[in-house]
Write a protein of this length. Structure first.
Length: 216
């Protein structure tokens, strides 16, 4: 090995040592990279969405190439400037969190989302009223809440949730009214399931019964 090659390798970083000529070869993604760069600067930072967009333009390869390009080249660039749409998961977390527990930045995001989209605005009212019933044990209000929610034509998922509550209304009302919880019972159920799994294929019910009754 030549001396200049040894010196170059001794001073190279790990990334430079593993960089080969194959990394610069032409790929079918090259024609779409300007579009990906522009969409990134416009605020689209979702690799899956970018892949779906170029797939509609004729890109025939899989998602992995777009994911690697975004991770390797675009993630290192400055954050996109301009309006950025929050993900559905982020909006869900904001709506399910008590407003007083949200950081100021998230509150501003929620305010912007609710100001521009009527569906989350209506949904947030149902979520907060349901949360109030859970926190303050207002089970007497659940029939009226279910009746209103089942008539929400623009929120089918909420309507289905309300219909499922109505099927077991007595239990739901008791859970939102009585102060007792089933946490202790659930813990013992989980312990019994653990013992049952440990004894799978061994002995029988008699030994399981002793372990359940005698275990601390």
């Amino acid at each position: 090995m030549a001396l200049d090659t040894i010196l170059r390798l001794s001073q190279a970083t790990t990334e430079e040592m593993f960089t080969g000529q194959w990394q610069n070869r032409a790929t079918s993604l090259d024609a779409y990279k300007p579009y990906l760069d522009r969409r990134w600067q416009e605020g689209c930072a979702n690799a899956w969405k970018l892949w779906e967009e170029i797939k509609e333009q004729g890109y025939l390869r899989g998602y992995a190439g777009v994911r690697d390009y975004v991770s390797r080249y675009l993630r290192g660039k400055p954050q996109p400037v301009g309006p950025h749409l929050p993900s559905a998961r982020a909006v869900t977390r904001w709506l399910l969190t008590h407003p007083d527990a949200l950081p100021e930045a998230d509150r501003l995001q929620v305010k912007a989302v609710l100001a521009n989209c009527p569906a989350p605005t209506s949904l947030s009212e149902y979520v907060r009223s349901f949360g109030h019933m859970v926190a303050h044990l207002c089970g007497d209000q659940i029939p009226a809440w279910i009746e209103t929610a089942t008539s929400a034509a623009d929120l089918p998922s909420l309507r289905h949730f309300a219909q499922h509550l109505e099927r077991d209304l007595d239990a739901v009302t008791a859970g939102l009214t009585l102060p007792w919880k089933s946490g202790v019972v659930e813990r013992h159920v989980n312990r019994i399931k653990m013992l049952k799994c440990q004894m799978f294929g061994r002995a029988g019910f008699a030994l399981l019964r002793k372990r359940v009754l005698l275990a601390p």
